[in-house]
Design a protein around this ligand. Structure first.
Ligand code: ATP
Ligand code: MG
Length: 333
């Protein structure tokens, strides 16, 4: 079946007038199928938000999509002009961005904004719309009395949650969740995200979920993408990733945890620092930090390859760096 979202060789550069130009997303390809919940992890600055934004064609200057394609149900989004994109963006796609508090119109009651969104995309009317709004407020754990409020009457954390509910009100086909609950109480975050997952299973929309909280990503996602220095370095079904992480960076991220699903953990520390993205990358970008590197890693980046894993289904495959036949048992160079 054709994927809902097919990202092919996408690259994004930031080209500020002052300061170095960088390649924040470097030749990324990924696919998301209808109804799939996909997690995206990687340390700060690895390009997760830049990738998410570019997928929705919302890249802003000084950023620029410098290569690749994004196909939504086979349609090339970059080839569509703004007018053609607008209905697509709001009908089929919803977003909750890291630190974006501005989807709500400040001068309109929250109820009216939800009513408009729901009536635009469904046949619900009247009391049925009210019930739907109440369900969405339940989902984000907000008291119904705030349905009648104006946005300014809400605290920052409540606004963030109402934004999340509004993104889901449209019955989208694809939702980008970029740290949608950051800053909220950890227990509340978990409960809201579990509610989102339950709704996702019920309605069947696809999700790309970006978070620093590896435990929650593992718990909720069917599949995990691992990003490092603007590249996807591993792509793996969640269970298999936990059982058999392939890329040394992934092993570093997961290494300190038993089963991260059992606890709330944040990406903390893989020794060393990511490469300077303003310089051309020579060799594997992770090589300087890699406990498994061999001499050639510093000069030749091993290509991504489909690798058979010993995972659950036997035939399940993972996308990871593969040095091929020449790969020696790892030793520290
Ligand atoms: P975090 O986990 O902290 O949210 P991230 O993985 O989302 O990080 P991005 O925000 O996508 O990372 O940033 C990727 C790279 O692009 C970083 O080096 C960042 O400094 C750079 N970058 C992001 N936005 C801009 C901008 N507007 N102008 C210039 N550089 C930018
Ligand atoms: Mg980000």
């Amino acid at each position: 079946r054709e994927p809902l979202l097919d990202v092919r060789g996408l690259s994004v550069r930031y080209e500020p007038r002052l300061g170095p130009h960088i390649t924040a997303v470097d030749d990324v390809s990924l696919q998301i199928r209808e109804g799939e919940f996909v997690g995206l992890i990687g340390e700060s600055g690895s390009g997760k938000s830049t990738l998410g934004t570019a997928i929705l064609q919302l890249t802003e200057r000084p950023g620029r999509i410098s290569g690749g394609q994004v196909l939504f149900e086979g349609m090339d989004l970059a080839a569509m002009d703004e007018d053609a994109l607008r209905p697509y963006r709001w009908r089929d796609v919803s977003t909750v961005f890291q630190s974006s508090m501005n989807a709500l119109n400040p001068v309109t009651r929250i109820e009216a904004q939800f009513r408009d969104a729901i009536e635009l995309h469904s046949s619900l009317r009247g009391a049925a719309v009210t019930r739907r709004i109440q369900e969405l407020f339940d989902l984000v754990l907000i008291d119904h009395r705030f349905i009648r409020a104006y946005p300014h009457e809400l605290s920052g954390g409540m606004k963030q949650r109402v934004n999340l509910a509004l993104a889901l009100a449209d019955e989208p086909r694809f939702v980008l969740l970029d740290e949608p609950t950051t800053g909220l109480d950890v227990v509340v975050q978990r409960e809201i995200l579990e509610n989102v997952r339950a709704l996702q299973e019920q309605q069947g929309f696809a999700v790309l979920f970006i978070s620093h909280d590896i435990g929650t990503v593992m718990d909720l996602s069917d599949r995990i993408l691992v990003m490092y220095a603007g590249r996807i370095v591993e792509e793996h079904a969640t269970d298999d990733l936990l059982r058999e992480p392939l890329h040394p960076y992934t092993k570093g991220l997961l290494g300190s945890y038993g089963d991260p699903r059992q606890e709330t953990v944040r990406i903390t520390y893989v020794p060393g620092r990511p490469p300077d993205l303003s310089l051309p990358l020579i060799g594997c970008p992770f090589a300087p930090r890699c406990p498994e590197r061999i001499a050639t890693c510093l000069t030749d980046a091993p290509p991504l390859a489909l690798l058979p894993t010993r995972g659950r289904a036997g035939g399940v495959q993972a996308l990871a760096v593969d040095a091929g036949e020449a790969w020696e048992p790892p030793r520290v160079a």
